[in-house]
Unconditional design. Structure first.
Length: 275
């Protein structure tokens, strides 16, 4: 059995394995945090181009968060020293910003989590540096479709496994690999909380989705096999077969009548091309 806990207001929230159910105060706070995450990713569309370093993009992300009165949740998290994760080409997730220079044709994911008044707005999008290959574009398009199909399956009364089943079924049509080693997660005042949101699952399994649940859906889809490995830095996850990988992420809530996307772009820039 899965345990649920009703939380709101100033109540202390612990990472205790319970699935949190939030009230109006939590919704208002997550709308604010999610909006900032979306605005930062909107601005990143202007920064990504060949010749730019991932470190300069990370610097800009940190500046935008601080200017908005937020702090980067990743900065110092388990020793991580940057304000975003930037994952290029065959990097699945948790790519570390630095001196890497973007090249024409690169595809990359930028993942940001501003901490706003104690609440986490977690989101990521794919970007193109220059003109990528047709295969790369198709992978990105299908990955975004996987995200949105997963969100469509996130309805009150459904099961958590319905999300992963919808994502996996769509990816399988294109013979893409769905990464199993990483998953979405509950969030709110905690960065990572219950439940774990797997992106390849059996429909009708897992906890029931109830109004007030907050979590991320963030499918990672590989052009080749689904397998991942983590490099020696302890963070960077790459495809074992060096195939391209793509990811999109939204933070959502289950509502009485469906769901709400907290991190939707206010300018419609949820999926490239952005111009």
């Amino acid at each position: 059995m899965h345990e649920y806990q009703i939380v709101d207001g100033d109540q202390t929230v612990l990472r205790d394995g319970t699935i949190k159910l939030h009230g109006p105060d939590g919704f208002d706070a997550m709308r604010k945090a999610g909006r900032l995450a979306a605005e930062i990713l909107d601005a990143c569309a202007e920064l990504v181009r060949p010749g730019v370093t991932t470190g300069s993009i990370d610097d800009a992300v940190r500046g935008m968060m601080l200017d908005a009165g937020a702090v980067p949740a990743t900065l110092g998290y388990r020793g991580y020293a940057h304000s975003s994760c930037i994952s290029i080409n065959h990097v699945i997730c948790h790519g570390i910003p630095g001196d890497k220079v973007l090249k024409d044709g690169d595809i990359l994911n930028i993942d940001v989590t501003p901490l706003v008044d104690g609440w986490h707005g977690d989101s990521s999008r794919m970007f193109y540096a220059g003109e990528p290959s047709l295969k790369a574009k198709k992978l990105v398009e299908v990955t975004y479709e996987c995200l949105m199909l997963g969100i469509a399956a996130a309805q009150p009364g459904a099961r958590l496994g319905d999300i992963g089943a919808a994502i996996e079924a769509h990816a399988n049509q294109f013979r893409y690999g769905v990464v199993r080693e990483f998953c979405g997660h509950g969030l709110g005042r905690l960065f990572h909380d219950a439940p774990e949101v797997v992106h390849a699952a059996k429909a009708g399994t897992g906890p029931e989705l109830k109004p007030g649940m907050f979590f991320t859906i963030e499918p990672m889809i590989n052009l080749g096999k689904p397998w991942a490995k983590v490099l020696g830095d302890g963070w960077t996850a790459v495809t074992r077969d060096k195939s391209l990988s793509a990811q999109f992420e939204h933070s959502i809530a289950i509502t009485e009548t469906g769901n709400e996307i907290f991190t939707k772009s206010p300018t419609g820039r949820d999926c490239p091309p952005y111009f």
